[in-house]
Design a protein around this ligand. Structure first.
Ligand code: AMP
Length: 218
């Protein structure tokens, strides 16, 4: 099994599914959103720069993103750990960079997975999402509540609503997704590399579909 790329609009559940696969199958989960939030938490220069874009729901510039992710992908593969890329690439420049980088480093994709669901479900998911600033797990106040209200099941930290999950910011992120990220689906489809998973339903339902699609046992 080699590397996977998960592509989907914000709220499509790709992060939740990546975390489930990591827990059960030993992938390294590289979520660029989580990596950026960690930079912000630590107050790094990169974090300060990225925060301006993230809080508005816009994309962080490509040079920052590419510099941040490159060494981690190569290092993980050298350790024999395939990665699940979650949130990268997010535009054509990044997709083409990734192809070049994989070629130069002799790395393979097992598949590019598109998480599909209708727009009307996404805003409901995003605005109800509560996230753990400590471990990155996320929950939903109605569809996937934590066992104890407001507390992360995974690490016990207090959950928050991300600044970019408010209604106004979430709407902008969906516009940015349609404009910047959707074109990469056509790019991958042209090369017959794209798999689709129906992302409507509970995390367990989507997980079962995803396992079937990827041919791994739950
Ligand atoms: P996510 O947690 O994946 O929804 O990402 C949160 C925010 O981080 C996005 O709205 C962007 O501002 C930024 N971000 C994450 N990944 C990327 C990327 N590959 N390119 C540009 N910006 C990104």
């Amino acid at each position: 099994m080699s590397n996977f790329v998960f592509v989907g609009p914000p709220g499509s559940g790709k992060g939740t599914q990546a975390k489930l696969l990591v827990k059960n199958h030993g992938f390294l989960h590289l979520s660029t959103g989580d990596m950026l939030r960690e930079h912000i938490r630590q107050g790094s220069e990169l974090g300060l720069e990225a925060k301006k874009f993230m809080d508005a729901g816009n994309l962080v510039p490509d040079d920052i993103m590419i510099g941040m992710i490159k060494t981690d992908i190569v290092a993980a593969n050298e350790e024999g750990k395939p990665v699940i890329l979650d949130g990268f690439p997010r535009n054509l420049t990044q997709a083409k960079f990734l192809d070049r980088m994989f070629e130069e480093n002799d790395l393979d994709f097992s598949g590019i997975v598109s998480f599909d669901l209708p727009d009307e479900v996404l805003l409901e998911r995003l605005t109800g999402r509560r996230s753990c600033p400590e471990c990155g797990y996320s929950f939903h106040v109605i569809f996937n509540p934590p066992t104890k209200e407001g507390i992360c099941d995974n690490c016990g930290h207090k959950l928050i609503q991300r600044a970019d999950d408010t209604l106004e910011k979430a709407k902008n992120r969906l516009i940015v997704y349609a404009r910047e990220t959707e074109p990469i689906l056509a790019y991958y489809a042209d090369e017959n590399r794209l798999l689709h998973v129906d992302s409507v339903g509970t995390p367990d339902e989507v997980s079962a579909r995803l396992h079937d699609l990827l041919g791994v046992s739950v």
